[in-house]
Design a binder for this molecule. Structure first.
Ligand code: AGP
Length: 598
């Protein structure tokens, strides 16, 4: 089935940033008086979290020089010649969608006459058509990628390069955001369709990149291109065009700080959780108003949707809306959202997404908006597609998160939905309560007591009830993502209906309990597991579980906030396990930070 057929065209005018298609790459370009190679390599390092199968750069000048390799940006760095001053360059870091992640398929791609180099973010839906058009002219591709076609098409157009960019961009169907350079030309040419692209003019030249993080070191503001806009950027100008005419657009502040160089981003991001929670508290307090609380109360249907970790935050939010505010809510995986009943104008749909770029989430959001629902985005990226498309945004301000495994953003998502549920219930989270939470988080992070070598196993289980089941699921996801070991989470009461058959003396079970009222039933579960030979470790914020060993969470009066503490030892466990196995927790295999494919 064609992806085009599934998704058709967006009709909702609010979806101006449809990065919902299938592009999972980072691209960056520079033209100016500084060392273009160094600036583009720096950008690629920052954008590597968007894809790390292969990487490449093209350096401008009288003759183009292209360097590319399978693997990481460091491998690319190692193959670049020292020196080689040039003032124009483009680069790409890739998560393969078409063709294997090898050097041939890596970007940049050169045109048949070797005079034009292109980096592309997206997938050309009319790839076959364009390929046969080129074949008819005797031009064949050397790579398995669709992106190479763009370079040949630009060369075929000839003449004015800006006009060639407009024509080729217009001809490309699907998502075709690309940068191009031409030999003997100081400019970088930019075209945006489907995948995000920002351009900016700085003191020493102009920049283009797929996200603001790559620009933030050099400029304070940037212009977000919309579909079918294109640009010519040089040392002196950053000129934007649409339909053959120059347009003037305002630029927006880049409120992001590029993450500092560090050996392990996941480590740094966990350590930052207490500070991130404080920022989220401030931002969400500002944005939460009576109007939103009323809308939630009045809605006939309240839906929370997200993917992966964000979906777990939705499940927690659903429980709190029901328990605190008596509002019936449903939590759905955004990728499954269209399996339920269609939404209408009486629906309030809340979308949780760290990146604001997740294709499944944006698509679910689009469908809800088209059905007339009021949409709310809970996101960590202010200029993201989700934030731009939603009727209302709760911005997390957790700070840039680049490790693939979400940690600080999850804790901030939990805090944001907790604050929302309270507001709907006519209550607020007081600063003293936040302080206790952040102190507890600091203590948890400093302790790191859960990890044991026997947890490096494929027979690891996590069990809990209610809000603890949500945490168990998040812990299991974290372990799978960065250790590649099987870790499964089950509702404690469901074990005896089947999964307990998996338990034997090789099994390790982490039993979670953050609510006193769950203790008797959790103790019974622990006893059942131990009598079948499992080694059971309790993770408790409520009391003793009768386990082989129990790790106690710092005491926190507010039961509903305890999941924010309870997830921390599980994040630490996943991180320690990954490091112990000699893996790279920041860039686990087969994954990328923003899943912009459907
Ligand atoms: C989390 O550790 C994962 N990397 C993944 O499940 C992620 O939460 C999911 O892809 C959703 O991303 P988003 O929050 O950016 O929408």
């Amino acid at each position: 089935m064609s992806l085009v057929n599934i998704y058709g065209e967006f009709s909702c005018a609010k979806f101006l940033c449809p990065a919902y298609k299938y592009c999972m790459c980072g691209i960056v370009g520079y033209s100016g008086s500084q060392n273009a190679k160094a600036i583009v390599m720096d950008g690629l390092r920052t954008l590597e979290y968007r894809g790390y199968d292969s990487a490449g750069v093209a350096l401008g000048g009288d003759r183009l020089k292209v360097f590319k390799t399978a693997g990481r940006v460091n491998a690319l760095d190692a193959m670049l010649p020292a020196g080689g001053a040039c003032h124009t360059a483009i680069g790409h870091t890739r998560w393969a969608t078409h063709g294997k992640p090898n050097a041939v398929n890596a970007h940049p791609h050169l045109s048949y006459d070797k005079k034009i180099a292109v980096v592309h973010n997206g997938v050309l839906e009319n790839c076959a058509e364009l390929k046969s058009e080129l074949a008819g002219k005797g031009i064949s591709c050397v790579s398995e990628t669709d992106s190479e076609l763009l370079a040949h098409l630009l060369a075929l157009e000839g003449g004015d390069m800006l006009e060639a960019v407009r024509r080729v961009g217009g001809k490309a169907k699907g998502s075709a955001t690309f940068l191009a350079i031409r030999e003997g030309d100081p400019a970088v040419y930019v075209f945006r369709k489907g995948a995000s692209m920002l351009v900016a003019k700085g003191e020493y030249g102009s920049f283009a990149a797929s996200d603001g993080l790559a620009l933030a070191r050099y400029v304070g503001t940037a212009t977000v291109l919309q579909d079918d806009e294109y640009a010519r950027i040089t040392h002196d100008v950053c000129a934007i065009f649409k339909d053959g005419a120059r347009i003037f657009k305002s630029s927006t502040p880049l409120r992001v700080s590029p993450p500092k160089e560090c050996a392990c981003h996941m480590r740094a991001e966990i350590d930052e959780i207490p500070a991130a929670l404080e920022r989220t508290y401030l931002k969400v307090s500002e944005a939460l108003d009576d109007e939103l609380a009323d809308r939630v109360r009045r809605a006939k249907r309240v839906m929370l949707a997200g993917c992966g970790t964000a979906f777990h935050a939705c499940r927690y939010g659903k429980l709190l809306l029901e328990q605190m505010a008596g509002i019936c809510a449903e939590a759905v995986a955004a990728s499954e959202a269209d399996e339920g009943a269609p939404v209408d104008g009486d629906t309030l749909a809340l979308f949780v997404t760290q990146s604001g770029e997740t294709a499944d989430t944006l698509l679910a959001m689009k469908r809800c908006a088209e059905g007339g629902a009021y949409t709310v985005a809970v996101t960590n990226v202010e200029s993201s597609g989700a934030a731009l498309a939603a009727d209302k945004t709760l911005f997390l301000d957790a700070g840039a998160e680049v490790a693939v495994a979400a940690t600080k953003s999850y804790c901030c998502q939990l805090l944001a939905v907790n604050m929302l549920a309270r507001r709907v219930a006519g209550d607020i989270l007081r600063e003293e309560e936040l302080k206790k939470l952040t102190n507890g988080a600091k203590e948890c992070i400093a302790r790191c007591e859960l990890f044991e070598k026997r947890m490096l196993t494929d027979k690891l289980f996590l069990v809990g009830r209610g809000q603890d089941l949500v945490t168990a699921k998040e812990g299991a996801l974290k372990l799978k993502e960065i250790t590649y070991r099987q870790a499964e989470a089950y509702a404690a009461g469901e074990l005896k209906h089947g999964p307990i058959a998996l338990i034997d003396s090789e099994s390790t079970v982490i039993a979670l309990a953050t609510r006193e009222d769950c203790l008797p039933r959790m103790r019974a579960t622990v006893s059942e597991l131990r009598s079948r030979g499992a080694y059971v470790v309790g993770l408790s914020g409520a009391g003793d579980l009768g386990a082989d060993k129990t790790v106690f969470l710092p005491s926190l009066e507010d039961v509903t906030l305890r999941p924010i503490l309870c997830v921390l030892p599980l994040q630490e466990l996943a991180l320690c396990s990954s490091l112990c196995l000699g893996l790279d927790p920041d860039k686990p295999r087969n994954l990328a930070k923003s899943v912009t494919v459907i």
